[in-house]
Ligand binder design. Structure first.
Ligand code: MG
Length: 278
C-alpha cells in the first residue's frame, strides 16, 4: 500500500456498486464503510460484501458504527442523540458497538470508528467517568480482536479530546481526524487541533466546510474539497510533517451523482497537492 493511499467513505446501501465503480474508475484503493444494519450482517451478506470489495480491488480500512435513534438535525439534537454520550442508550449502544466490531473482524478490518458524541468538558462532570469506562470497555473488546478504536473528531475541542484519550488510557485508542467537523461544530481551528492530536491520528476524513455565523450554536456548511475553510494543502502538509502514513479517506456527505462528481474533483485536487508536497 502507498504511504498515503486515497480512500472513500462509503455507505453499504443499494448504491454501493456505483460507489465501488466510481472508486475503481478513479484508481482509489481503500474505503471506510458504515457498518450495515444488523439484519444485513448474515454470513451470506458478509461473503457478498467481502467479494464485492475484493473484486473492486478496494481494501476496507475502518468500519464505522451508526446507532438507531441518532440524529444530526442540529447541534443540540446531536448532543442528546449521538454516540455513547447519551446515558439512556449507552448500555445498548455499547453492545451494538461490540457486535459491529465482531462484524468488522469477519470482514478482516482492524479498526472500528465512531462518533462517541459530546464529551463533557469538565472531568468532574458526573457523566465524564462513565463515558471513559464505556470507551475502555469498547477498546478492550476490540483489543481481543487485534482491532483499534478510532474516535471521530468534531464535537469537542482538541484539548478536551486529548485529555479524554489520556484518561481512557488504552493502547488501541486512536483518532479519526475530520477537519471539517471541527468547523461544522465550531470546535476550533482544524490545523492546530491536528497538531495537538497527531500522535493519536491513525485515520482521517478529507472533508471541507465553511464556518457558521455563530459557530457552535448552528451548523457550518459542508462544501466540496478545496472550497471550504480547512486549507487542504496545509492539512496535508501537517499530516506529512507528523509522519502520518495511512489512508486519506474522502468523505462527502451528500448522495447521488453530485457526490460522485465531487469525490472525483476532490481526488484530483488531493493528488495534485500531494504531487507538490511529497
Ligand atoms: Mg467524518
Amino acid at each position: 500500500m502507498d504511504r498515503l493511499p486515497l480512500g472513500i467513505f462509503m455507505i453499504c446501501d443499494q448504491e454501493l456498486p456505483l460507489r465501488l465503480a466510481t472508486a475503481q474508475r478513479l484508481g482509489i484503493t481503500t474505503a471506510q464503510i458504515l457498518a450495515p444494519p444488523e439484519t444485513e450482517r448474515t454470513p451470506r451478506h458478509i461473503e457478498e460484501l467481502k467479494s464485492r470489495f475484493i473484486q473492486a480491488g478496494i481494501q476496507i480500512t475502518v468500519v464505522f458504527c451508526g446507532f438507531p435513534g441518532e440524529s444530526y438535525a442540529d447541534i443540540p439534537t446531536v448532543k442528546t442523540t449521538v454516540g455513547l454520550a447519551p446515558t439512556k442508550t449507552r448500555a445498548e449502544r455499547l453492545t451494538a458497538a461490540y457486535k459491529i466490531a465482531d462484524f468488522a473482524r469477519l470482514v478482516q478490518v482492524k479498526a472500528v470508528g465512531l462518533h462517541i458524541g459530546f464529551i463533557p468538558e469538565e472531568q468532574n462532570d458526573p457523566d465524564y467517568r462513565p463515558l471513559v469506562e464505556a470507551v475502555r470497555s469498547l477498546c478492550d473488546h476490540c483489543a481481543g480482536h487485534g482491532q483499534a478504536v478510532h474516535l471521530e473528531t468534531g464535537q469537542e475541542t482538541a484539548h478536551v479530546l486529548l485529555r479524554f484519550l489520556q484518561d481512557v488510557d488504552r493502547q488501541n485508542l486512536a483518532v479519526n481526524f475530520d477537519p471539517a467537523n471541527m468547523i461544522l461544530y465550531g470546535a476550533g481551528e482544524p490545523i492546530p487541533a491536528l497538531e495537538m492530536l497527531a500522535p493519536y491520528v491513525r485515520s482521517v476524513h478529507l472533508k471541507d466546510a465553511l464556518w457558521a455565523a455563530h459557530p457552535g450554536q448552528e451548523w457550518g456548511v459542508e462544501v466540496p474539497l478545496g472550497s471550504g475553510d480547512v486549507n487542504m494543502e496545509q492539512f496535508l502538509q501537517t499530516l506529512i510533517n507528523n509522519d502520518y502514513a495511512a489512508p486519506l479517506t474522502i468523505e462527502r456527505e451528500i448522495v447521488g451523482e453530485k457526490q460522485a462528481l465531487d469525490i472525483e474533483a476532490g481526488a484530483a485536487l488531493i493528488r495534485s497537492l500531494l504531487n507538490r508536497l511529497l
